[in-house]
Ligand binder design. Structure first.
Ligand code: RAM
Length: 978
C-alpha cells in the first residue's frame, strides 16, 4: 500500500524543537504534505513521553490523545500531566489519511490506510520562578573609571556618559557533562562564553521587554563545551534597552529601566556518574571591565584593545586583580522563558562600492590623517559592520559611522538619525590582523564612512544584517522588475524592523514598537515569514503596557515620553493583531489570551463615548498618519476603528465559544455602525437618478475605513466604492492616504471590482507612489511618500526615516491580489483557499507560502491569448479558484475540459465588467491543478500608463561605480514640522 500523505514541520508553540519553554500547555502542531491530488487527513493521534522509546507501540507515554477523527486538525494543545522542569519531552503525531478515490493517485486499500508518523521534541526550562537559585550580579558602578588624557592627534572620545561593559567570570572544576544546560538572562544584554567558546548565536539577548514587568531568559545546550578539569563560564554584559538610550525619551537619557547592567545565569551539569554540578551567578564571580569601553543601541560601540585581557574567558587566567561581583538582588519573579526566535546575524552583504575621500575633504578624521572611505552596501538594513584591519598602533583609531543616504557632496547624511550617534570605534594596541564587529549595538544604514584605515578593500568589510530570526515563509515574483523590487523593499523593511519587537524604524533615536505600524503591516509580514512566535512575545509586551484603566497603548514596550493612551488605529492593534494571528495560524489561544484586554479596550472607549462616536479618550489621535492632502475627519477614523474592533471582539468570543459575549459585542458593533451612518454618511441621488453616498470629509481614507470595516448599509457600498474610485482617479490616480488608509486601499478597491485601479496605483511613479522612492534609489520602504524629492531634497530630518515598513502594507496585496494567493474570509489556517489572481497588465506572477497547514503555491502566466494558472493546495484544504477568462468554454484543467467530480466542481461563471475580466470559479480539493483559459492579451479595461518601466532596475545600474543610486538622495533640506 502506498501512502503519500505525511505530517512535517512539527512545531511546539510555533517553534521547531524549542529548548527551554515554561508554557504549561504548549500547542503541538504539524503541517501536511502529499504528492497526490485529493489526499486529506482523516484522524490524528499525538503522544508525548519523557523517554523516546515510550512513543513506540507498547510504550507508556505521558499523554496520548488516542485516535481522534478530525480532518481539520493541525495541532493539539498538550493536556497531559503537569510538565516537569528542565525535562526533554518527545512527541509524535500520527496522521491517518482519508480514503483516496482519485484514480490519479495510489489507492489506500480498503480505506484503512496506515497512519504516517513524525517525531519531534521540546524541552522545558524552569516551570516556576521559585526554582531559580542564581543572584543578579553586576560590576560595582561606583568606582569612577580613570580617564586617560587623549594623546596627541587623538580627539577626546565621546562616550555619551556610558560606562564600560563589565566582564564576569567564574572558574569551576568538574568532569565533562552528560548533559549541560545554561539558563541565562540579563538586565541589559549578555554574551556568554564557556571555556572561550561563545554560547549560542543569539544577538541582543535576552531581548526587549518592559523589564519592570517581565525579563526573558534563554536556555542553551552546552553539553559539548563542558570539559574535564578547570572550566570557565564568562560573560560580557552591556546596557542595551535596560540602562542605555531608548527611543527619544528626552528626560532621562540612558538608564531607562535601571542604572547599570546585571547578569543572571545557572549552569546545570549532569555527569555520567549521576552527580550534578550547578554553577549559579553569585558573589564568587569575579568582574572587571574589558575592551568594550561603551556599547549602546543608539550611540554605538567602542572597543579599546588597550583594555583587552587576553584569555579572560579561558581556564588559567589570573583574575586576582578583578573584583568580586556585586550582588544586586535575588528577584526571580519576573523571569520568563523566551517564546520567540532570537535576533540573529542572518546574512552578510559585501560592498557594492567603496569610494575614497581624500583626507581634508571632510568626514570624521580622528585617525591621524588617513583618507576616509565611504562604503555603499547597496541595501538599507539593520545590523552592523564586520571590518578587517591589518593593524593599529597603540591609541590609533578606526571610526565607523553609519547613514541611510549620502548628501549632495557624497558625504554621509546623518541628520535624520537625530540623536543616535550610530558610531563605532576601534582603538588599537599595536596588534595586527584585527577583526572589529560591535556586539551590543545595531544601526540602520546602507552607507558607512570608515576612517582610520589607510586602504580598504572589498574583502575587508561586510554589513551583517540582524533581526529576529522568524522563518521565511513566503515568496513573490512577477514579470515587472520594479514591482519585484518593491516586494524586496518590503521584505528588507521587515528584516530591518523585526528586532525583538516590531519597530517603526531601525536608524534614528526611536526604534519603538508602534502599534499601528505593526497592525497595518502584519498581514504582509505574516505572509513573508512565520511570525507566530515573534508576535506571541510582542502580544505579551502589549499586555504588559496596558494602562491602569485597561487600555492599549501606542507603543509596546511602553516608553516614557509617548502618551500611553492608545490612539484610534494604534490602540486597536491590541484587538486586530490577535485576530489576524488566529486566522493565519489557526491557534485560538491568540484570542483566549487577548479577549479580556480586548473587552476592556472596547469597554473603555464605550464608557467615555456613550453616543458611540469616538471623540474622547483618543490619546494623541495620530489620525491617518502622514496622509498627504485633505485630512480625514478624526471622528470618522476613530469611530470606524471602534466599530471594527468591537466586531472583531464579538468574533473572537464566538470562536472561543462564548455566544452571550459575542452577542453583546455584535449588538454594540451594530449600534456603532448605525451611529456612524447617521453621523457621517449622506445619501442622495445624482442628476441621472443614481444613488450617491458621501462620507463626512469626502476623503479616500473615509471611504476606505467605511468599506473595509463594513460600516455602510448594503445599498450604500456600491456608490461609496464608486466615490472612492473617483477620488483616487481625480488625484492622479494616486492615493492620499497615510499609514491607516494605505493598508486598506488595494484590498478594498479589489473587493469592489477595481483591481485595475489598484494596479494603476502600483504602477504609478510620481509622488505619492510606491515606485517613486524606488526610482530614486530606495531599497526599503520610506516613512514618507516624499522623504526625498528632486525638487525639495530631504524632508525635515526631525522625522524622515528611509526604512519604515508601514507604507509597505501593499505587500499583502502582491500576494493576495496580484498573485491571487488568499484564504476565504471564513477560513483559518488556510483551510479554505481563495485563489483569485489579478493579472492587470503583468505577464506573470507567482507566490508561494508555507501556511500553517502546508505549502500553498500559485503561479499564473499569459502567453498570447491564453492564461495558465497552476495552483497547489495542501492536504485537507480546499480552494475556490477564480480562473480569469471571459470565455468559460475555453477553460481546461490539466489539458482536459474540467468535469465536475470529487476534487473539482464548477461553482460559478462571473461575467466581465468594464473594469475586470470575467471568471470561471471552481472548487478544488488538495493537490496540484493546472488551468488554462483564453484571456485577452490586452486587459479589458483601459490602461493608464504612468511612465514606462526602465529596462533595468535602477538600483542595479552600475555596480561598484559611483555615484550610487542613493547618492542621488541629495538636495536642499526642506524645513517642516511633521
Ligand atoms: C512616528 C513614527 C511611527 C508612528 C508614530 C505615530 O514616531 O513614524 O511610525 O506610528 O510616529
Amino acid at each position: 500500500m502506498l501512502v503519500s500523505l505525511r505530517p512535517y514541520a512539527l512545531r511546539c508553540d510555533h517553534r521547531a524543537t524549542p529548548l527551554g519553554i515554561d508554557e504549561a500547555a504548549p500547542l503541538l502542531s504539524w503541517r501536511l504534505a502529499s504528492a497526490h491530488r485529493g489526499d486529506a487527513p482523516l484522524a490524528y493521534r499525538v503522544r508525548v513521553a519523557d523517554r523516546a522509546e515510550d512513543l513506540d507501540e507498547g510504550g507508556q507515554p505521558l499523554w496520548d490523545t488516542g485516535r481522534i477523527e478530525d480532518p481539520d486538525a493541525i495541532g493539539a494543545v498538550y493536556a497531559g500531566p503537569a510538565l516537569k522542569s528542565r525535562t526533554r519531552y518527545h512527541w509524535r503525531v500520527a496522521v491517518w489519511p482519508a480514503e483516496r478515490t482519485d484514480p490519479t493517485g495510489p489507492t489506500a486499500e480498503g480505506g484503512s490506510a496506515a497512519a504516517v508518523e513524525a517525531t519531534s521534541w521540546f524541552e522545558t526550562a524552569f516551570r516556576g520562578a521559585d526554582e531559580w537559585r542564581a543572584s543578579w550580579i553586576g560590576h560595582d558602578p561606583r568606582p569612577i573609571p580613570v580617564m586617560d588624557a587623549p594623546t596627541e592627534g587623538e580627539r577626546a572620545l565621546d562616550d555619551h556618559g556610558l560606562a564600560p561593559c563589565p566582564t564576569l567570570r567564574r572558574a569551576f572544576t568538574g568532569p565533562a557533562a552528560l548533559r549541560a544546560r545554561l539558563y541565562v538572562s540579563a538586565r541589559g544584554l549578555y554574551e556568554v562564553r564557556l571555556n572561550g567558546t561563545r554560547v549560542g548565536d543569539a544577538e541582543l539577548a535576552p531581548g526587549w521587554t518592559d523589564y519592570t514587568r517581565r525579563v526573558q531568559y534563554q536556555t542553551y545546550d552546552v553539553t559539548e563545551l563542558v570539559r574535564d578539569g578547570e572550566n570557565v563560564l564568562a560573560a560580557t554584559i552591556a546596557d542595551g534597552w535596560w540602562s542605555g538610550f531608548v527611543g527619544f525619551e528626552p528626560r532621562r537619557a540612558g538608564a531607562h529601566y535601571g542604572a547599570f547592567p546585571q547578569f543572571l545565569a545557572e549552569l546545570h551539569i549532569d555527569h555520567a556518574d549521576g552527580r550534578t554540578t550547578t554553577i549559579v551567578t553569585d558573589d564568587t564571580w569575579r568582574t572587571h571591565t574589558g575592551e568594550i569601553r561603551h556599547a549602546d543601541l543608539l550611540m554605538g560601540e567602542c572597543h579599546d584593545l588597550r583594555h583587552a585581557a587576553d584569555g579572560w574567558d579561558l581556564p588559567g587566567f589570573d583574575d586576582t586583580d578583578w573584583s568580586p561581583a556585586l550582588i544586586t538582588d535575588t528577584g526571580h519573579r519576573l523571569l520568563v522563558a523566551s517564546v520567540d526566535e532570537p535576533v540573529r546575524a542572518t546574512t552578510a552583504l559585501r560592498p557594492r562600492s567603496i569610494t575614497r575621500v581624500p583626507h581634508g575633504n571632510g568626514g570624521v578624521t580622528a585617525d591621524g590623517g588617513h583618507d576616509t572611505h565611504i562604503v555603499d552596501f547597496g541595501q538599507n538594513l539593520a545590523g552592523r559592520v564586520r571590518l578587517r584591519v591589518a593593524g593599529l598602533a597603540p591609541g590609533a583609531r578606526v571610526v565607523v559611522r553609519h547613514a541611510e543616504a549620502l548628501d549632495e557632496t557624497g558625504r554621509l547624511y546623518t541628520a535624520n538619525l537625530r540623536t543616535a550617534a550610530a558610531t563605532d570605534v576601534l582603538i588599537g594596541d599595536g596588534r595586527e590582523h584585527l577583526v572589529f564587529e560591535p556586539r551590543f549595538t545595531y544601526h540602520g544604514f546602507r552607507f558607512v564612512e570608515i576612517s582610520g584605515v589607510p586602504r580598504l578593500y572589498d574583502s575587508d568589510v561586510v554589513a551583517v544584517a540582524l533581526h529576529s530570526d522568524t522563518p521565511w515563509s513566503g515568496a513573490f515574483d512577477c514579470s515587472d522588475p520594479e514591482i519585484r523590487r518593491l516586494h524586496d523593499c518590503v521584505v528588507w523593511g521587515q528584516r530591518s524592523n523585526f528586532v525583538s519587537v516590531p519597530t517603526d524604524c531601525p536608524q534614528r533615536d526611536e526604534r519603538l514598537g508602534w502599534l499601528a505600524d505593526a497592525q497595518v503591516f502584519l498581514p504582509t509580514a505574516a505572509l513573508n515569514a512565520d511570525v507566530a512566535a515573534f508576535f506571541t512575545k510582542w502580544l505579551r509586551d502589549i499586555e504588559d503596557a496596558r494602562t491602569p484603566e485597561g487600555g492599549f497603548t501606542n507603543v509596546a514596550p511602553r516608553l516614557i515620553g509617548v502618551a500611553d493612551e492608545g490612539a484610534p488605529g494604534w490602540g486597536d492593534a491590541g484587538v486586530i493583531i490577535p485576530w489576524h494571528l488566529y486566522r493565519t495560524y489557526d491557534d485560538p489561544r491568540f484570542l483566549s489570551r487577548a479577549l479580556p484586554a480586548m473587552r476592556a479596550w472596547i469597554g473603555l472607549i464605550h464608557r467615555h463615548n456613550p453616543d458611540l462616536i469616538w471623540r474622547r479618550h483618543v490619546g494623541p489621535h495620530f489620525s491617518d498618519w502622514l496622509a498627504p492632502g485633505v485630512p480625514t475627519p478624526r471622528e470618522v477614523i476613530a469611530t470606524a476603528y471602534f466599530a471594527h474592533s468591537t466586531r472583531l471582539t464579538a468574533s473572537a468570543a464566538e470562536v472561543l465559544g462564548l455566544p452571550e459575549v459575542a452577542r453583546e459585542y455584535h449588538r454594540l458593533a451594530a449600534d456603532i455602525r448605525t451611529a456612524f451612518s447617521e453621523r457621517f454618511v449622506t445619501t442622495d441621488k445624482n442628476a441621472e437618478g443614481d444613488p450617491t453616498v458621501r462620507i463626512a470629509g469626502d476623503t479616500q481614507t473615509g471611504y476606505l475605513v467605511a468599506l473595509a470595516f463594513g460600516l455602510l448599509p448594503e445599498d450604500a457600498t456600491g456608490p461609496a466604492a464608486q466615490r472612492l474610485a473617483e477620488l483616487i482617479e481625480k488625484a492622479g490616480p494616486a492615493l492620499q492616504t497615510g499609514f491607516l488608509g494605505v493598508a486598506l486601499a488595494a484590498p478594498v478597491l479589489d473587493a469592489y471590482g477595481r483591481a485595475d485601479l489598484a494596479h494603476a496605483l502600483l504602477r504609478r511613479t510620481d509622488v505619492p507612489s510606491w515606485l517613486f522612492p524606488l526610482r530614486h534609489g530606495a531599497t526599503t520602504i520610506w516613512e514618507r511618500w516624499d522623504g526625498w524629492t528632486p525638487g525639495t531634497g530631504f524632508r525635515a530630518p526631525s522625522m524622515n526615516s528611509f526604512n519604515h515598513y508601514a507604507l509597505g502594507s501593499i505587500g499583502e496585496w502582491l500576494y493576495r491580489g496580484v498573485a491571487g494567493l488568499d484564504q476565504s474570509p471564513d477560513s483559518t489556517g488556510y483551510r479554505k483557499l481563495l485563489i483569485r489572481p489579478r493579472p492587470g497588465e503583468l505577464g506573470h506572477a507567482s507566490a508561494g507560502y508555507e501556511s500553517a497547514r502546508g505549502t500553498v503555491t500559485v503561479r499564473w502566466e499569459r502567453h498570447d491569448q491564453t492564461l495558465g494558472l497552476r495552483v497547489q493546495v495542501p492536504p485537507g484544504a480546499s480552494a475556490e479558484v477564480h480562473v480569469p477568462t471571459d470565455d468559460h468554454g475555453s477553460v481546461r484543467e490539466s489539458g482536459a475540459v474540467p468535469v465536475d467530480g470529487e476534487h473539482l466542481t464548477l461553482l460559478a461563471t462571473i461575467p466581465a465588467t468594464d473594469t475586470a475580466s470575467g471568471h470561471s470559479v471552481y472548487r478544488v480539493g488538495s493537490g496540484v491543478y493546472r488551468f488554462t483559459a483564453s484571456y485577452p492579451s490586452r486587459p479589458t479595461y483601459p490602461s493608464r500608463p504612468t511612465g514606462g518601466y526602465p529596462t533595468a532596475p535602477v538600483a542595479s545600474a552600475g555596480p561598484r561605480r559611483a555615484p550610487s543610486p542613493a547618492a542621488s538622495l541629495a538636495g536642499s533640506h526642506e524645513e517642516d514640522t511633521p
